[in-house]
Design a protein around this ligand. Structure first.
Ligand code: NAD
Ligand code: SER
Length: 314
């Protein structure tokens, strides 16, 4: 892994599920004072890091923060996710696209040298082959969130080819971590289920029992993010976004694994509008390109993920 301790990092959306853990991990590498957290409101969990109140839609404010802290790398995490995006489609499009343009333009104008922006399995759609979905395949996303992520990937690649912007991206599966509350995604049942299992020993799932989706422990996702950002530029052959595979499971399978630790845990199923979103996504994905180009490999399987979540949340 190559990195320069002089780099100054700005994490936008640092108070979210990914942001808190990514800020903490990057702080171990660069030092807390070199990792600036930005979000709409202060983040108590990150009180060792400098903080900026920032709305990513305010391009001038973003520019001022970048100059004030001599920022070199930006991680842009602010977005509306799949479920909240469907409920507020025009705002989801605005936030997810304009926020990305504001950051890519700063890199195009050489105010920053590297950008990380996450994509998602939501770039795939109902016409995509759903099992072992490869990097290159049919992509017709049917959610506003997925459309914004697919468009974002194309724009990232365009800024790379046209202006040499060093932008890197991953198509995260559903992410499961214990350090923060989930933020409005369809895969978030797999986070809520742990909180309910420990609190009430029962969970009503908004997806049906056999809905398989690609998932990943947050620790693996943070490591992948740091690894792709620190890989030599020539290894990054995909400037849209890389498929990233962890584990695939259904609500019934994760419930059965939880029952190994909490035998009287019960689950019931009441699918809502998020079922249609889940049905449009892959059940499992392949990530050969990430493995080949920058040596990616996930560590957690379902049983170690469940044991880790229950242990930490308890
Ligand atoms: P989250 O909703 O938990 O966090 C997003 C953060 O952005 C929040 O703290 C929010 O306050 C902040 N934010 C929202 N609007 C903002 C604005 N205008 N200006 C500044 N900050 C703003 O989301 P997350 O789960 O941490 O996801 C982060 C990124 O990763 C998103 O782009 C998401 O699409 C992507 N992603 C997440 C998952 C997942 O499973 N969590 C999977 C695939 C991709
Ligand atoms: N986990 C995300 C969601 O469900 C996928 O990007 O919205």
């Amino acid at each position: 892994m190559t990195y320069n301790k002089e780099d100054k990092i700005l994490i936008i959306g640092a108070g979210g599920q990914i942001g808190i853990e990514l800020t903490q991990e990057l702080s171990l590498l660069y030092g807390s004072s070199n990792v600036i957290a930005a979000d709409l409101k202060p983040i108590p969990a990150l009180d060792n890091n400098p903080f900026e109140t920032l709305d990513i839609l305010d391009k001038d404010a973003l520019f001022n923060v970048v100059k004030k802290h001599s920022i070199s790398h930006v991680y842009l995490l602010a977005a509306l996710l799949s479920a909240t995006g469907e409920q507020n489609p025009m705002f989801a499009w605005k936030l997810n696209m304009e926020g990305l343009f504001n950051v890519l333009d700063l890199a195009k104008e050489k105010h920053i040298s590297k950008v990380y922006w996450p994509s998602s399995i939501a770039v795939f759609g109902p016409t995509t082959p759903r099992i072992d979905t490869p990097q290159y395949t049919v992509m017709e996303p049917s959610t506003v969130y997925g459309i914004s992520k697919q468009a974002g990937e194309r724009w990232c690649e365009w800024y790379f080819h046209k202006f040499g912007v060093d932008v890197r991206s991953l198509r995260y599966p559903g992410l499961i971590g214990w350090k923060s509350a989930p933020g409005g995604g369809t895969t978030d049942y797999a986070v809520h289920i742990f909180h309910q299992a420990l609190k009430t020993k029962t969970y009503e799932c908004f997806l049906s029992e056999n809905t398989a989706l690609p998932m990943m422990h947050m620790e693996d996702a943070i490591r992948a993010t740091i690894e792709i950002m620190h890989a030599p530029a020539e290894n990054i052959k995909i400037r849209g976004a890389y498929n990233l595979a962890g584990i695939s499971f259904t609500p019934a399978q994760i419930a059965a694994e939880i029952q190994k630790h909490i035998p009287d845990f019960t689950i019931s199923y009441k699918p809502d509008f998020r079922q249609a979103i889940a049905n449009s996504w892959p059940q499992s994905i392949l990530d050969h390109e990430a493995k080949n180009d920058w040596n990616w490999s996930a560590k957690y399987n379902l049983s170690s993920l469940v044991a880790n979540m229950l242990q930490n949340l308890a």
